[in-house]
Design a protein around this ligand. Structure first.
Ligand SMILES: Nc1ncnc2c1ncn2[C@@H]1O[C@H](COP(=O)(O)OP(=O)(O)OP(=O)(O)O)[C@@H](O)[C@H]1O
Ligand SMILES: [Mg+2]
Length: 530
């Protein structure tokens, strides 16, 4: 007994939905907000707040170092974020841990509300569906599952964000099976951190993902970056400065400006660009004044001004990329015999940009494009429907979307990607790869695993090419002592599980293929280590 909830854990905003006592799909408020900013702010190492208060403290009180924004796209990365809390505590924290703290607050906040409405037994959270970008890799998915479990969600299933949006849309439009016979819906979801596109079809009472693509590093933040970079150029020209766009290139020994002033400038510039970007969806021109520190320690009020035409010029390549991915996804569906794709549903905050809609209309069929009702809650509502019907497991198209493999580590092919598990392989699937020792007595082996997005980057060959990403490192560090390099092999079995997460086991064999150590040797994933 318990309640089912759906969570759209977004890069910019998080929304939680549930069926209320009257059976209506509604949002659960956290501290009065239906749309909860995905932000966390630390007063000290152990004391923090999330949501709109956190966002306000970070942005408006200019406390960038004490808070974290946009942590979702980094969730699978091991690189820690350095935080200097309001009280001066400095610590580093993995993005996955930030997500756990954030979700932990959400669990407490909403369960309290549910218990008030449904009582202590029925009001406990039972099934949870959390949505993830279509292009989250296996490490990202495993990280989100772990963060959710550690935060107190007993069972959390993952569903692709556009799929959840399509599910909600079908409900909103009241389509029944007759209406959607042989029809598929396309969801174009251009959010804050990611772009996703998915074609889904309802078969019986199941929702089937036909094709899903996207870019997990392309969202409204990318568009704001484009405008912010141009704004920084103008400010540099105006005041004769050479401030770099990336903090990595800000060398304090070279610049007379202290780092803190540089950071405040960049935050002011980014915020101005973000506000201007959103205003340009409504008007042809937009202005914003920002307070800029100059090289000589004084400050100036700079009035940033952009026209809609200028914005369109700076973002056109990014928008074109979303269209290219959409067209490729439609082609993929057609190859699978799905011809009738209608309607095209727009979701995500960045779909509010008129240029996005216009570009889609120009390149795709005009009258098929609709803007979903209540776009901001669409995905979490779809997730709740899936949680309630317990349908999340049924959705996955059950195949690998990318290739998983390793890099060649020696010879002329050094750095070339080598697939172990191909794309379109039914899940779960396992493949075994043989590795040799580098020297006698070796007890530790590290294997870097990469994903190659062959569908979207068919020319990707080397591990530093676009489309190939390091997803994890397998660590085998308890090999038996005294192994000889020339007559030992390690067979590593890599499995992509049904939920798209990755597992591995290893067996140590001698030159004749006999197992040296009974049972498998444990393989740790670097992403699992604290
Ligand atoms: N009217 C608007 N015009 C332009 N951009 C907008 C508008 N409204 C919102 N946005 C942009 O939409 C983005 C947030 O969208 P959304 O809430 O869908 O993202 P999210 O779900 O948090 O992110 P993701 O799905 O990528 O994890 C921000 O970049 C914001 O600037
Ligand atoms: Mg989103």
């Amino acid at each position: 007994m318990g309640k089912e909830i759906g969570i759209d854990f977004g890069t910019t905003n998080t929304v939680v939905s549930y069926f209320n006592k009257k059976g209506k799909l509604r949002q659960l408020k956290y501290k009065g907000d239906e749309i909860i900013p995905s932000a966390i702010y630390f007063y000290s190492k152990n004391e923090y707040v999330i949501g709109s208060l956190a966002k306000r403290l970070i942005i408006f009180d200019n406390q960038k170092q004490a808070g974290v924004l946009n942590f979702k796209p980094k969730i699978g990365e091991k690189e820690k974020i350095v935080v200097t809390a309001e009280n001066g505590d400095t610590f580093s924290i993995r993005p996955r841990e930030v997500a756990r703290l954030f979700l932990n607050e959400i669990v407490h906040g909403i369960e309290e509300k549910l218990i008030k409405e449904f009582g202590p037994i029925e009001g406990c959270i039972d099934k949870t569906v959390i949505t993830v970008p279509a292009k989250f890799n296996s490490t990202d998915k495993a990280a989100i599952k772990k963060a959710a479990k550690d935060a107190g969600f007993k069972t959390a299933k993952l569903v692709a964000e556009p799929t959840a949006a399509a599910v909600a849309c079908q409900e909103d439009m009241g389509l029944d099976e007759g209406d959607i016979q042989d029809k598929a819906i396309l969801v174009y979801d251009f959010g804050g951190g990611t772009f996703d596109v998915s074609i889904i079809r309802k078969e019986g009472n199941k929702f089937q993902e036909i094709a899903t693509n996207g870019d997990k590093n392309l969202g409204g933040n990318t568009l704001t970056d484009r405008l912010a970079e141009e704004l920084l150029n103008r400010i540099n020209d105006e005041y004769g400065m050479e401030l770099p766009f990336s903090e990595d290139e800000f060398d304090e020994s070279y610049y007379t400006m202290p780092l803190i002033h540089y950071r405040q400038n960049m935050l002011a510039i980014w915020q101005a660009a973000d506000v201007i970007k959103e205003e340009l969806s409504e008007s042809a021109e937009a202005r914003k004044v920002c307070n800029i520190w100059l090289d000589d320690g004084t400050s100036a009020m700079y009035e940033a001004e952009f026209s809609r035409n200028e914005l369109e010029r700076y973002i056109s390549r990014d928008v074109q990329r979303t269209i290219d991915i959409t067209i490729r996804t439609i082609e993929e569906a057609r190859e699978m015999g799905v011809e009738n794709i209608s309607p095209i549903v727009l979701a995500g905050g960045s779909s509010n940009i008129p240029f996005v809609k216009k570009s889609l209309e120009d390149k795709l069929v005009k009258d098929e494009i609709i803007y979903g009702d209540d776009v901001s809650t669409l995905i979490s509502r779809g997730a709740t429907i899936l949680a309630e019907c317990d349908l999340a497991d049924e959705l996955h198209d059950g195949k690998t979307n990318v290739q998983t493999g390793i890099a060649v580590t020696s010879g002329v092919q050094y750095g070339k990607f080598q697939a172990i598990i191909p794309e379109n392989e039914p899940l779960p699937c396992s493949k075994t790869r043989r590795f040799k020792l580098m020297h006698d007595g070796q007890q530790r082996l590290e294997i870097h695993l990469y994903e190659c997005d062959v569908k979207n980057f068919p020319k990707a060959v080397r591990i530093d090419d676009n489309g190939i990403t390091l997803i994890d490192t397998l660590i085998i560090d308890d090999l038996p002592a005294g192994l000889q390099k020339d007559n030992t092999v390690i067979d590593v079995e890599i499995t992509i599980q049904k939920d798209d997460t990755l597992a591995a086991v290893a067996t140590v064999k001698d030159g004749t293929g006999n197992t040296i150590q009974s049972g498998s040797v444990s393989v740790k994933k670097e992403s699992d280590l604290e």
